[in-house]
Design a protein around this ligand. Structure first.
Ligand code: PEP
Ligand code: MN
Length: 339
């Protein structure tokens, strides 16, 4: 249930509603929008009559949410969530958020070179993995904390924010020193211990759609993080498995407008994992922006032919910079901007 308060509801009225909701056995999540306050009442609860809440002073409207996700629902924050990274960089606002970088951190030389290239092309966020969830246990597993150190140094030199994958709750504390956004990979979208742990801290979380997950399952995974009190969640469409096997995955572009309608959370697209082939990344990146994505996650490598992971889907610095130029032309057509 979502309780929308009147624009001129007083703090006392809001508090009385909160007390009543808590007394009825719900947890309360408060969203203070530009014009009015919205209260999300969630939890396992006894029978209740939502009209009881409609009658409380200061209440404008009570909406019973029939979808299983509540806090992730658009009703909870109709104006949309903007995740603020600082220094004027946001995800979910008018400006498109582009995170670019290699699949994995490999060496100081590699990560510094790529950081310089992606910053020059206009990206504000650097992506790179130090803990890699590889399908084979014999494949390169990432450089761990040493990799994160290299990534942070390279990103700081270029004034870039950092997003990197966390695979286990035990890594959160250590990784907090190095990352600005925690990435939850497709393989961990339903690792509920990890999601709960990320809900108990305040750094933004980039939650990737599982390769066999429905949109509803993705939003329910987001709900785990939100219900812990961390509202800084960004969703990511990274391709799903379908009967079509020409490309690595099927990038579900339609999921972008569907999610925009269902949820207030920002959604970015990852055309690199979504296609698995470098030549297909620019057209899918352009399509995602045209479809309303709030940003992109793109793999870029200075020497893709020798990359330790995902070289085939990594753009060269030149290809990335050309793509950014094209996105700057497309963005205004859909009321967005890319500086
Ligand atoms: C990645 O971003 O490098 C990655 C492993 O992505 P995914 O979890 O989508 O496969
Ligand atoms: Mn990758």
């Amino acid at each position: 249930m979502v309780i929308v308060m009147h624009e001129d509801a007083t703090d006392e009225q809001i508090q009385r509603v909160i007390d009543r909701v808590v007394a009825s056995g719900f947890d309360v999540h408060r969203s203070t929008g530009a014009s009015h306050t919205v209260l999300g009442a969630v939890g396992v609860h006894r029978d209740f009559d939502h009209r009881d809440f409609e009658l409380l002073e200061g209440v404008r409207e009570v909406i019973r949410i029939t979808q299983p996700f509540k806090l992730a629902s658009r009703h909870f924050k109709p104006e949309g969530t903007i995740v603020d990274l600082g220094r004027g960089v946001t995800i979910g606002g008018r400006e498109l958020a582009v995170a670019a970088g290699p699949c994995s951190v490999e060496s100081p030389e590699q990560i510094n070179t790529v950081a310089e290239c992606v910053a020059k092309a206009g990206a504000k966020i650097m992506r790179a993995g130090a803990f890699k969830p590889r399908t084979s246990p014999y494949a390169f597993q990432g450089l761990g904390e040493k990799g994160l150190q290299m990534l942070r140094i390279a990103a700081d030199k270029q004034k870039l924010f950092v997003v990197s994958e966390v695979m286990d709750p035990s890594q959160i504390h250590m990784m907090s020193q190095y990352v600005d956004i925690f990435q939850v990979g497709a393989r961990n979208m339903q690792n509920y211990f990890l999601l709960r742990a990320l809900g108990e801290q305040q750094k933004p979380v980039l939650l990737k759609r599982g390769m066999s997950a429905t949109i509803e399952e993705l939003l329910l995974s987001a709900e785990y993080i939100l219900s812990g009190g961390n509202y800084n969640v960004v969703l990511c469409e990274r391709g799903i498995r379908t009967f079509e096997n020409y490309l690595r995955n099927t990038l579900d572009i339609a999921a972008i407008p569907v999610i925009k309608k269902l949820s207030h959370l920002p959604i970015v697209a990852d055309p690199s994992h979504g296609t698995g082939r470098r030549d297909k990344v620019p057209p899918m990146a352009r399509a995602a922006v045209a479809a309303g994505a709030d940003g992109l996650l793109i793999e870029v490598h200075n020497d893709p032919d020798h990359a330790l992971s995902d070289g085939a889907q990594s753009l060269t610095p030149l290809e990335f910079s050309q793509l950014m130029g094209e996105l700057r032309i497309i963005a205004p057509a859909v009321d967005r901007h890319l500086s």
